[in-house]
Design a protein around this ligand. Structure first.
Ligand SMILES: C[S@@+](CC[C@H](N)C(=O)[O-])C[C@H]1O[C@@H](n2cnc3c(N)ncnc32)[C@H](O)[C@@H]1O
Length: 200
């Protein structure tokens, strides 16, 4: 699926997402765990920030200078209404040149929508944009073999892919980071993994 299709699906869901997730604690403990590894409160970027501003709000409260990126224009518009004093930009994380100098990058349940070919460029882009000691937290499917699947969500069709556990670990190492925490946070049967990495 092209990123434009993913963006159209999330444009449709933007209002629902914002209302449903504004006060959601989903992933927030994991985000706070990642923040606890951070040595400095510099620039932070939330990749695939969605419309609720929920991760960006936590990062702001912790003292970061926060930016949000998303491929969906509607998601970004609503996020800006929630938190107006942040920088927002539209883009595809697999096809963009991020600024350097981020102390913290989160990508919670966003890069899992990339096609397989987009996974490596997205990881490279995020790892490269971190300062030394910078922290990345992202989620992916904790499968053994790489693969792509389709699935419906709230009436929209989406695609998902994962390079699998070993390849994710290999790539973040190749791109200058080390894994400092990896967890099947929804239980071993669910396959949902979050990984925290630190830039060497
Ligand atoms: C499942 S939602 C998660 C939103 C937010 N991270 C949260 O946890 O509330 C996925 C988000 O990722 C965005 N997204 C999907 N593919 C993307 C891409 N290639 N580049 C940037 N954002 C993307 C979608 O538009 C959507 O806002």
């Amino acid at each position: 699926m092209e990123v434009e299709q993913t963006a159209i699906g999330y444009d449709e869901l933007a209002h629902w997402w914002g209302e449903r997730h504004r006060d959601s604690g989903y992933g927030v403990k994991q985000l706070e765990r990642a923040i606890s590894f951070s040595l400095e409160q510099g620039k932070a970027l939330d990749v695939g920030c969605g419309s609720s501003g929920r991760f960006m709000r936590v990062l702001k409260e912790k003292g970061f200078d926060v930016e949000g990126m998303d491929c969906s224009e509607e998601m970004l518009k609503l996020a800006e209404n929630e938190l107006f004093d942040c920088r927002y930009f539209q883009g595809d994380i697999a096809n963009c040149q991020l600024d350097n100098g981020y102390a913290f990058i989160s990508a919670w349940d966003s890069t899992f929508h990339l096609p397989l070919v987009g996974q490596e460029p997205a990881l490279k882009s995020m790892c490269s944009a971190l300062v030394e000691g910078g922290i990345l937290i992202y989620t992916f499917g904790g499968v053994s073999e790489e693969g792509e699947i389709s699935g419906g969500f709230e009436g929209q069709d989406f695609e998902y892919s994962s390079l699998g556990l070993t390849k994710n670990l290999e790539l973040i190492t190749q791109f200058g980071c080390e894994c400092i925490h990896l967890e099947f946070d929804q239980g071993p049967g669910e396959g949902h993994v979050y990984l925290i990495a630190r830039k060497r």
